[in-house]
Design a protein around this ligand. Sequence first.
Ligand SMILES: Cc1ncc(COP(=O)(O)O)c(C=O)c1O
Length: 399
Amino acid sequence: MSSKARALCMIPGPVEMAEGVLAANSTPATAHTDPAFAEAFGQVLEGLRTVVGTRDGQPFVIAGSGTLGWDQAAANLIEEGDAVLVLSNGYFGEGLADCMETYGARVTRLRAAPGQRATAAEVAQALAAQAYKAVTVSQVDTSTGVLADVQGVCEAVRAHSPQTLVIVDGVCATAAERLYFDAWGVDVVITASQKALGAPPGVSVVVASQRALDVVAARKTRVPAYYASWARWLPVMRSYEARAPKYFATPCVQAIFALNESLRGILADGIELVFAAHERTAARVRAAVAAWGLKTVAAEPALCSNAMTAVWLPESIAAADLLPRLRARGIVAAGGILAGHAHRYFRLGHMGISATRPNGNVDAMLAAAAAALEECGHQIPSSSTSSSSSSGRASPPRL
Ligand SMILES: Cc1ncc(COP(=O)(O)O)c(C=O)c1O
């Protein structure tokens, strides 16, 4: 397919990629022992520390998807019978709970109604009632576009149960949503290459605190995983960071070149400016949704993610009616995935270069969505169906 005919991928990941990232992903065969690869791998490890805001957190960069990060956290940190509090704001919170149980955790789920989030006060209350080895929180639950209060959760943990580990699923958040790993006291952040990190799918990224690594070292039982065992990967990560190749399992060479290229772009902009660009773009999307006369699934602006937006459809329109009309206009968007509500809403991604570069992707997405909604019979109340409209019933930007 020629790039002109190609539809824009505006789902909540994978995301549109910069030309340099695409080029890095299609470089010729390169040995994982090649000095150029060791240099790129080292830069990726260092760059990820900057993105999540840590000085001595340990990145693990392993071939796999975001879900492998769940397995890594659970396999390495959880032993049979450990109590884990899972904050679940949707589909991915439920999945993470399932993963924890797979490795023997006794999980308590703190569930929020669709569009809402578990609060720091609820976390404090839960911690007062029972001791937990870990608390998990999905920073953005991609099923709802709800942004969790990670900082508040960290504060509640530090105040009420400082030994409890804080595990953050940042798959749909890292490099789009603010997270300050050291300052907030995060122990594990789990992410992946294909969302706001702006690279192709294929790289599982985890950053673990020294405290989390100490918990692994103090285990009474063996880590019930081979590929996902941090003890096997730690020497590899340390070695590549020193620009010296080391083998445990073959790294995804081209995907790491591509991730490095994308990280270079993010770091050249500066991570704070990248966060701010995501905030501005998300505010523009929310303004358009309000101008369409529709509501975000996230119940209020303060709960809305800056990486993606989930939008309730009018009762007369199902996601399956709308999405092909968007596709016909050159935009691939996503349907709902929240159990019991999937057909009632659709999801728009606005991460990575679509948020940070003046490429018109978000304008094209919003214009196509407005036109597709009208074609489905929805009457847009605002006079403007234009993507960049910030008039009408827009929510104030949360900048
Ligand atoms: C919040 C969240 N967690 C975990 C995952 C799983 O990641 P992957 O599909 O890369 O395995 C996703 C995927 O979209 C996600 O959005």
